[in-house]
Design a binder for this molecule. Structure first.
Ligand code: HEC
Length: 191
């Protein structure tokens, strides 16, 4: 029993000390091109799923129609395409350099989104820490986030009008810059 306790105490001290040494060693992955840290994937995914399960508010995407999908597509091309890509276009320079990589929702062999609408809604609204996925709670309203959720849930079977709305998009951040003008555009705030 005594040996067990001594071993247990040493373990309690050694484990954090070892982890600290690992972080200080200069070998822990920090660059976006580096492989994941030990347990990184497990820790992050477990935390995300537990948090979403606990806090997501079940939402139903009712009234999804061509207009809501077109509206979602217009926001998507402005706020999301730079990371998540557009139909028929290669991933942007930004997407290629991120870790984790942003999923390319409209790539040719994309499958139907398997996340429930509530989960997609939660992620768009709150973002995902340490991944680069921003939360849009401060810039998009409930209806806009619903339209985006509907767009992604239906990404593989969009009506032509919504696909067309996506294609009008400048995918590169540089091209998306607003024209030089004294008036700053703020399309999302328009009511
Ligand atoms: C700056 C880059 C960036 C922008 C802009 C961005 N995202 Fe993301 N997004 C990410 C990354 C990176 C991930 C992957 C996170 C992960 O692996 O956990 C992600 C993940 C997601 C997911 C979860 C996908 C899944 O399979 O679980 C959804 C949904 C999503 N983004 C929607 C959006 C929408 C909608 C917008 C625009 C309103 C947007 N994102 C804008 C980088 C971005």
């Amino acid at each position: 029993m005594k040996t067990f306790l001594v071993g247990f105490l040493i373990g309690i001290v050694l484990l954090p000390a070892g982890f600290y040494w690992y972080l200080r060693s200069g070998n822990a992955p920090v660059a976006t091109s580096a492989p994941p840290m030990p347990l990184e994937h497990f820790l992050v995914k477990t935390a995300i799923h537990a948090t979403i399960d606990r806090h997501e508010i079940p939402i139903q995407l009712t009234n999804v129609n061509q207009d809501s999908l077109v509206a979602g597509a217009q926001i998507y091309q402005q706020d999301c395409s730079v990371c998540h890509g557009l139909p028929g276009q290669p991933p942007t320079a930004i997407a290629k350099g991120m870790y984790p990589r942003p999923p390319q929702f409209f790539r040719a062999n994309a499958k139907k989104m398997d996340d429930a609408a509530s989960e997609v809604y939660w992620k768009i609204k709150n973002g995902i820490r340490l991944t680069g996925m921003p939360g849009f709670y401060a810039s998009l309203n409930d209806g806009q986030i619903r339209n985006l959720s509907a767009l992604l849930e239906n990404a593989v079977s969009l009506p032509p009008a919504a696909s067309a709305a996506l294609k009008n998009a400048p995918a590169k951040a540089s091209e998306a810059a607003p024209p030089a003008s004294k008036h700053t555009r703020s399309p999302h705030k328009r009511t």
